[in-house]
Design a protein. Structure first.
Lengths: 664, 277
């Protein structure tokens, strides 16, 4: 009846996950009760859960990412404490628990923190920057988000029902095959990534189409803001790379469920093929994450320097070069597998070549600052912090791309330090900068600057204090994923890293405090103009938060830095009253949520081999799709009078403030 | 285990390339970081002396320079990578004094088995080699992937079931070192560290003779017992009954290791004996 599921799946003998799970469960129940009792449920359902508004979906992506950041961060803290104490002892985490933690940490941080954060920001900002009213496929967008949430739900469920993978975040066979991992851990891993992978692919298709097909009048490719370009590149990579991940995991699942032999030891399976396939997705994946971050920094540096981006065309070229070359370097993840010197050297050099366009980007940001008037608001601090940190990460990255150096450093703590250096210093600093920068656009008020700066400095210093010791440990021969060790020379560095982790955690706490303080002071921090930073692109040309239709009148773009041009010629303001028209917007749809509900059931049932429930979930998801496909009315009309009413309020505010500043 | 304290030619050459590459990159990285901080500081809003050029967004000369600097660095470094990859190919023998020593390493769950086919002996978690001799290693795995790595001798290499990888090393100085597995392989993974004893070439035959006196015999049966999951509590050595044992393992005539014994716990796989750690 319930497949492999019985009471022994609940880890009653392990207090840590049980307690953590219980606290989370109580918290979720408390929130649910509060929502129902206070009568917020209809609001949540109509305004958020069923919303197909790209801004709302973007915000929900970021909320998901923030919650999962706390979960992945807790894993990180537990790992750093374990390695600080487990010298010539077992520490406080037994291997079966520690191994789950580092596997979950990697999986969560990449798939459920970094990915939803960048996809959320792209969703929120890109249609605004393009000057359009929505994305290409609004309902599909909602489906994509909710499927990602399903994946996150399953990963968290593994904490209390069963176990998570104990194989590392890429679940290499043969360790991940049924013979060596008979538990449900790898199944949790694979099914949550299969389901959220579909969501990511859908989001990628949606954003590629949006950038290619939906640009406002005059917004030619070479007038798009840099963030739109990096969004295009990143989502092209998603569309090209995620099917590889899906296929690879499907093969692993066939091995595990139906006795196939793609990657097994027996019957001609080839474990090296998994390595190749997973990294053929995995290497583009890091550029999927970091390219949007590059876009954010381009926007931020240009805005706070009060200048257009230096070498715009060069930046476009560099972005697209990275997009293409990132597919040709995957083998550098396993130089030590015994490939010949020609193969190793070719892939080593290809990997280094990516450093050229990346270096160009750094120099272009440098010259964007040159001759500027730099305001050191929090996003700018993250950007300068990023540039310095990312160069160091780039140096160590190119170093491990030299095969003989990699022969010493592969899989070491040096490597761990390297990829945290580029992912924290690049992606995370980027999304934090983007979060601060676009927060007023999403919510209508700015974030508290003082707490923002405190958070930056703790995170910045904490990052160096955590990961520089790991570089040293790597040079001392320490490999990754050690549950305990007996080498005295490693100990001091593990303790130093744990102290650094404490600083990093304070940084994260400061971000939470910043958010709470800003919500309390929101009236004082209110952004009435829609343009709090003296911005240059079109998202600043509408109110904060923007109306559901984004722009009352579709903007007409005459050059790069579209809103800057408008402001320079005071165009928007000199028109007395534009001619408002009816606007058609897509209707809300529960399709995404219902679909994800059935996908969750199906995923859970697949993990536990509850076949009747699999069929039930499958039919439910398909029925949802059929109902959606047969819909009659998928749009509603906002009458011109209503558009005029909403827009006039915003124009009033804007005119008032502009004349106050003496511009007009 | 310090990578900067190599004890053999391979590790020394790996280290030289590592240091050279860092030096080449530092030559552009340091000025770039300094420039970032300097530009950010000088062009701050509150500096009245900084000249504001709000339209400075393109310069062909600067573009040429910013594409050339990283490109030239990478050309230089690419040369280092190409030459280094060929000179330090793990499959290329490293000449030494005396006759080469053949070693066949098998990663088990979770210990290392070192077979000396010519000497007809085998050891677990201890690798004893003569100083200065050419070491020819062949490696395979009894079950999952591992990586054989002695940091102070250089160049790690994967071990995989059903496959043989090759590694050539040389240890120049007598002394003790440690090696480890550098690829996660399951619950007992951190206990896969092994001792490396580099002894004088004159003492090596004596060590072989002393080891061969043991009454433990390594044959297919005792190997099957050894490959059960668990960590090695002591470091046994064996007389090798059949010098083709390694080939039987690597060609899967002896089937791969069995993995954990599944207990009744639904979904949660414990390796049968929980004292494995």
């Amino acid at each position: 009846m319930l497949g492999k599921l019985d009471w022994s799946a609940i880890p009653f003998d392990q207090p840590i996950p049980l307690l953590a799970g219980a606290i989370v469960l109580v918290a979720i129940l408390a929130v649910l009760v509060w929502v129902v009792v206070k009568g917020h449920l209809p609001y949540l359902w109509h305004e958020w859960i069923t919303s197909v508004d790209h801004k709302r979906i973007g915000v929900m992506y970021m909320l998901l990412a923030s919650v999962m950041l706390l979960r992945g961060g807790s894993d990180a803290i537990m790992m750093r404490i374990q390695q600080a104490v487990a010298f010539q002892s077992q520490g406080y985490l037994p291997p079966e628990h520690y191994n789950q933690i580092f596997s979950a940490h990697g999986t969560i941080m990449i798939f459920f923190v970094a990915m939803p954060f960048v996809i959320g920001l792209m969703n929120l900002v890109v249609p605004l920057q393009l000057g359009v009213r929505d994305v290409a496929f609004p309902t599909l967008n909602s489906v994509g988000f909710w499927l990602t949430a399903t994946g996150a739900l399953l990963v968290n469920l593994s904490l209390v029902v069963g176990e998570f993978a104990r194989t590392g975040w890429l679940a290499f066979p043969p360790l991940s095959e049924l013979t060596y991992s008979p538990g449900v851990g790898v199944d949790y891993y694979a099914w949550s990534l299969q389901i959220s992978g579909v969501g990511t692919l859908v989001a990628g298709i949606n954003l590629v189409t949006t950038v290619l097909k939906l640009r406002t009048k005059g917004m030619s490719y070479l007038r798009m803001p840099m963030f739109c370009w990096t969004t295009l590149a990143s989502n092209l990579l998603i569309v090209a790379a995620f099917p590889i991940l899906t296929a690879t995991l499907a093969m692993l699942l066939l091995d595990r469920y139906l006795g196939f032999h793609f990657f097994t030891n027996e019957a001609g399976g080839n474990q090296m093929m998994f390595m190749n396939l997973i990294w053929a997705w995995g290497h583009p994946e890091v550029y999927i994450l970091v390219l949007p971050a590059f876009g954010i920094f381009s926007e931020v540096v240009s805005t706070y320097s009060g200048k257009p981006l230096f070498g715009y065309r060069s930046m476009v070229l560099a972005t697209m070069a990275i997009c293409v070359i990132s597919f040709m370097v995957w083998l550098h993840h396993f130089f030590t597998m015994g490939a010949g010197p020609d193969v190793n050297a070719v892939f080593g050099i290809a990997s280094m070549i990516i450093a050229v366009p990346t270096g160009v980007k750094i120099y272009n940001w440098l010259f964007t600052m040159y001759g500027g008037r730099i305001r050191f608001a929090t996003p700018m601090l993250w950007s300068v912090g990023f540039m310095v940190t990312f160069i160091i990460g780039g140096l160590t990255g190119v170093l491990v791309a030299v095969p003989p150096a990699d022969f010493l450093l592969h899989n070491s703590m040096f490597l761990v330090a390297h990829f945290h250096n580029v992912i924290i210093g690049g992606v995370l600093f980027g999304v934090f900068a983007g979060f601060e920068y676009w927060f007023p656009k999403a919510f209508g008020f700015r974030l508290d600057e003082r707490w923002g700066k405190v958070a930056f400095w703790f995170t910045f210093v904490g990052f160096y204090a955590t990961f520089m010791p790991l570089y040293v440990a790597g040079m001392l021969g320490m490999t990754r994923r050690m549950q305990h060790y007996d080498v005295a020379a490693w100990r001091p560095w593990m303790i130093a890293a744990a102290v650094g982790m404490a600083l990093l955690s304070i940084g994260v706490v400061c971000q939470v405090v910043q958010l709470l303080v800003s919500i309390r002071n929101r009236e004082a921090l209110r952004d009435r103009t829609g343009d709090p930073w003296d911005g240059r692109s079109l998202e600043w040309a509408t109110s904060s938060p923007p109306p559901v239709f984004n722009f009352a009148i579709s903007p007409d773009v005459r050059g790069g830095d579209a809103y800057w041009e408008l402001k320079a010629h005071a165009k928007q303001l000199e028109h007395g009253e534009p001619e408002y028209r009816d606007i058609e917007m897509p209707r809300n749809s529960p399709t995404g949520f219902v679909c994800a509900f059935f996908a969750s059931i199906m995923g859970f049932a697949l993990i536990w081999h509850i076949w009747w429930m699999v069929i039930l979930g499958g039919i439910g998801a398909f029925a949802t799709f059929v109902v959606f496909a047969w819909r009659d009315h998928d749009e509603y009309v906002i009458p011109a009078a209503e558009v005029a009413r909403i827009d006039r309020v915003n124009l009033e505010e804007r005119r008032g403030l502009v004349s106050l500043a003496g511009i007009v | 285990m310090n990578l900067l304290d190599p004890q053999g030619p391979v590790a020394a050459a790996d280290k030289t390339i590592l240091i050279d590459s860092v030096a080449i990159m530092l030559a552009i990285v340091v000025p770039t970081i300094v420039a970032i901080l300097a530009f950010a500081f000088w062009f701050r809003e509150t500096n009245p002396k900084a000249r504001f050029q709000p339209d400075f967004a393109y310069s062909g000369r600067i573009e040429l320079v910013v594409w050339s600097i990283p490109a030239l660095t990478i050309i230089l470094l690419g040369g280092v990578a190409w030459i280094g990859s060929h000179q330090l190919d793990p499959a290329v023998p490293v000449p030494g004094t005396g006759s080469p020593v053949r070693i066949q390493a098998v990663s088990l769950d979770w210990k290392w088995l070192f077979i000396y086919p010519d000497q007809r002996i085998a050891t677990v978690n201890t690798l004893t080699v003569p100083a200065g001799a050419e070491l020819n290693l062949q490696l395979t795995s009894s079950s999952v992937m591992n990586v054989f790595f002695i940091p102070q001798l250089g160049s790690m290499i994967y071990t995989m079931n059903g496959m043989v990888t090759k590694l050539n090393l040389r240890a120049d100085n007598e002394g003790k070192m440690q090696g480890l597995s550098a690829h996660f392989s399951g619950d007992g993974f951190p206990d896969m560290m092994f001792d490396v004893n580099v002894i004088s070439p004159l003492a090596f035959p004596d060590w072989v003779a002393a080891t061969a006196k043991t009454d433990r015999v390594l044959n297919e049966d005792s190997y099957r017992k050894l490959m059960q999951q668990g960590i090695a509590k002591d470091r046994p050595s064996y007389r090798l009954e059949d010098p083709r044992l390694f080939d039987l393992i690597s060609t899967q005539h002896i089937p791969p290791g069995p993995g954990p014994r599944v207990t009744s716990d639904a979904g949660r796989s414990h390796n049968g004996d929980r004292d494995a750690r």
